[in-house]
Design a protein around this ligand. Structure first.
Ligand code: IMP
Ligand code: MG
Length: 178
């Protein structure tokens, strides 16, 4: 795997330090609110596992799994492969996502959950690529781990054709490989 990586963009240590900082902020924000932490599968799994262990408040876990009809280049037409199983009405929902790219996925998940009448809904994404946002998407992440340039990254949950998710850092894949 390592030989396929052009550059380590965010090291394991940088990720862990940032998650510890976010953990402090989120733990204050959700004091007494028993948040329902909704992860967007599958890319979020690694971040999710580390992030919730930095929350010092009681929280519940849930997951959504979505995919776009068109494969990788998302057109905005999303399908729900798995919906949340909890009753969201009146709950404080925190969405965790691996990357905010064109915004189609998060936009879809956000509005889908909003319809279920949560008390509040916020977004925390590990990575944000603002330069890739589709025109018309005005949604903003409330908490961002790292803003990154427009490069295709893998590792720490993020994949290329389902591989590289288990790299402990975020790296840029060699362009000749995709
Ligand atoms: P969206 O374009 O914001 O809807 O992002 C859709 C999904 O594409 C994300 O949840 C990621 O799983 C995936 N994705 C976007 N950018 C990258 C990348 O640089 N590497 C790996 N996966 C990505
Ligand atoms: Mg994904």
């Amino acid at each position: 795997m390592e030989k396929d990586i052009q550059q380590v963009l965010i090291s394991e240590k940088e990720i862990q330090d940032r998650i510890a900082q976010l953990g402090e902020v989120l733990s204050k924000e959700y004091e007494g609110k028993n948040p329902l932490v909704v992860g967007v599968l599958k890319g979020v799994v690694v971040f999710y596992a580390d992030m919730i262990r930095k929350l010092t408040v009681p929280c519940e876990m849930d997951f959504m799994w979505i995919s776009s009809y068109q494969g990788t280049d998302s057109t905005g037409s999303m399908v729900i492969k798995r919906d949340v199983s909890s009753d969201i009405k009146g709950r404080h929902v925190l969405i965790l996502e691996d990357i905010f790219d064109t915004g189609s996925s998060l936009n879809f998940v956000y509005h889908h959950l909003l319809k279920k009448e949560p008390a509040s809904i916020k977004i925390c994404t590990l990575l944000d690529k603002p330069s890739r946002r589709k025109p018309g998407i005005t949604l903003k992440a409330d908490y961002v781990g790292f803003e990154i340039p427009n490069a295709f990254v893998v590792g720490y949950g993020l994949d290329y054709n389902e591989y590289y998710r288990n790299l402990p850092y975020v790296g840029v894949l060699k362009p000749e490989l995709y």
